[in-house]
Design a protein around this ligand. Structure first.
Ligand code: EPU
Length: 415
């Protein structure tokens, strides 16, 4: 429940990156010793991954942002449907299970709110490494002796496929090269963790990753990088309220293109050490924007940027290239008085003078965050429903925003 109108100001800290921690957790399946993952945000998706690992038989403790993960004594190499259905990223256990145990049974993720989202590249790469992959009764079943290093070319720089294959290759016999690999900072973070476990990886963060397989991995301790999407969301919250917000705990380099686009839209931006400050000296103006794999503009910040541009002077043209359904937020933004039209994967955003508060519903995690941002500047009260989507990926979102001066509170359960 948000009362719009407060200008945000102050400093807030980014949590650890959801999209890194989930993969670090999957990687720990391959360790023969104890792993510690620090800076792990207390969000629903991390809790779901804890359930996935426990289902496999790993010992998982979680307190104060630290995950302590011990190996499974009697592994059950399965990711069940009820967990994969709740969180697609559960499929990231596929590569580690095959590499470590030579077997895996992982529920096939169906479509999700963002679109079809297949895992064909994950499966093709694993098959190329020698695994027999079959799909039956809604499960991917894999069998392999020791995986063999190989040369994989990805048709699209998929984050999940790059990570699954990089993890599998670490325990394969011989060398693997992944070409057209995704370059997201979370992939560099995963490679760093795997290297601490004894893996030999070079090129993570570039489009060619080379892995020299090793026989076994030991335990390791690692703090996840900051969450660039959460940081970007909080900075956009500052900008939409025409306030002044500093986010700490984030490498500004992870957000280069986002900050460039914010400057183009009229924001002032300052990068300092592990912090970023954003303010709005005059006003926000319309811009053109296309989402692309990293280092392009992240699809995960597109809905929040759309909310900002809805309040700009002039017209913006936004193209979504990653997910077919990422404009689901548009109809809800329009309920708040925005003027956004979509055709195929393009949106035309005509800036309006003011938004007006209304009840709206979050269709997914980032759409939910975008609606909260819009509510921060809308006249009167905005209620955002189905905030369980937001809780999947933002740690204490409403607390962080209220610490910056937002009038936002969580409605008591059941209201
Ligand atoms: N794709 C395929 N086949 C594959 C794999 C991907 O066709 O085998 C397609 C997908 O259908 C999609 C595109 O490739 O259209 C991008 O998918 P990618 O594999 O890069 O995404 P992902 O690994 O499933 C991660 C993040 C997403 C983020 C995307 C893009 C995690 C857990 N999820 O998903 O995060 O949007 O990369 O950057 O890391 C979020 O946090 O809100 C979120 C959705």
């Amino acid at each position: 429940m948000i009362e719009g109108g407060a200008r945000l100001s102050g400093t807030v800290r980014a949590s650890g990156a959801k999209n890194s921690v989930l993969k670090l957790m999957a990687a720990s399946i391959m360790s023969e010793g104890e792993c510690r993952i620090g800076n792990a945000p207390d969000i629903a998706d991390v809790r779901t991954m804890v359930e996935v690992l426990r289902h496999i038989g790993l010992e998982v403790g979680y307190s104060d942002g630290d995950l302590n993960i011990g190996p499974a004594s009697e592994p059950n190499v399965e990711a069940p449907y009820h967990l994969v259905q709740r969180m697609r990223a559960s499929v990231e256990v596929l590569g580690p299970l095959i590499a470590r145990y030579g077997r895996a049974r992982v529920a096939m993720p169906g479509g999700c709110n963002l679109g079809a989202r297949q895992i064909d590249m994950h499966m093709r790469g694993l098959a190329q490494m020698g695994a027999t992959m079959t799909v039956s009764h809604g499960f991917v079943e894999a069998e392999a002796g020791r995986l063999e290093g190989t040369h994989v070319y990805l048709d699209f720089a998929s984050m999940g496929a790059t990570e699954n294959l990089m993890m599998a290759a670490v325990l394969a016999r011989g060398a693997t090269v992944i070409e057209n690999a995704a370059k997201e900072p979370e992939i560099g973070d995963l490679a760093e963790f795997l290297s601490k476990m004894g893996a030999r990886i070079s090129g993570a963060g570039t489009s060619t990753i080379e892995i020299e397989g090793t026989d076994a991995l030991s335990g390791a301790s690692h703090d996840a990088v900051g969450d660039r999407i959460e940081a970007g969301t909080l900075l956009l919250a500052g900008a939409i309220t025409r306030g002044e917000v500093t986010v700490e705990g984030i490498d500004p380099g992870f957000l280069d293109i986002v900050l460039d686009k914010m400057v183009e839209a009229g924001c002032g931006v300052e990068r300092a050490g592990d912090g970023i400050s954003v303010w709005v000296p005059a006003g926000i103006r319309g811009i053109e924007l296309s989402t692309l794999p990293y280092p392009g503009f992240p699809t995960d910040l597109q809905p929040q940027m759309l909310a900002l541009l809805a309040t700009a002077e002039g017209t913006s043209f936004v193209t979504e290239n990653i997910f077919e359904n990422r404009f689901m937020v548009v109809d809800e933004l329009n309920r708040l008085g925005a003027d956004v039209k979509t055709r195929d994967h393009h949106a035309i955003v005509r800036g309006v003078r003011s938004l007006s508060g209304a009840p709206v519903t979050a269709a997914d995690l980032r759409a939910g965050a975008a609606l909260v941002l819009a509510g921060l500047v809308a006249d009167g009260a905005t209620e955002v429903y189905e905030i369980e989507h937001i809780d999947r990926g933002y740690e204490r979102f409403e607390e962080k925003l209220s610490s910056l001066g937002a009038a936002i509170r969580r409605a008591p359960a059941g209201q």
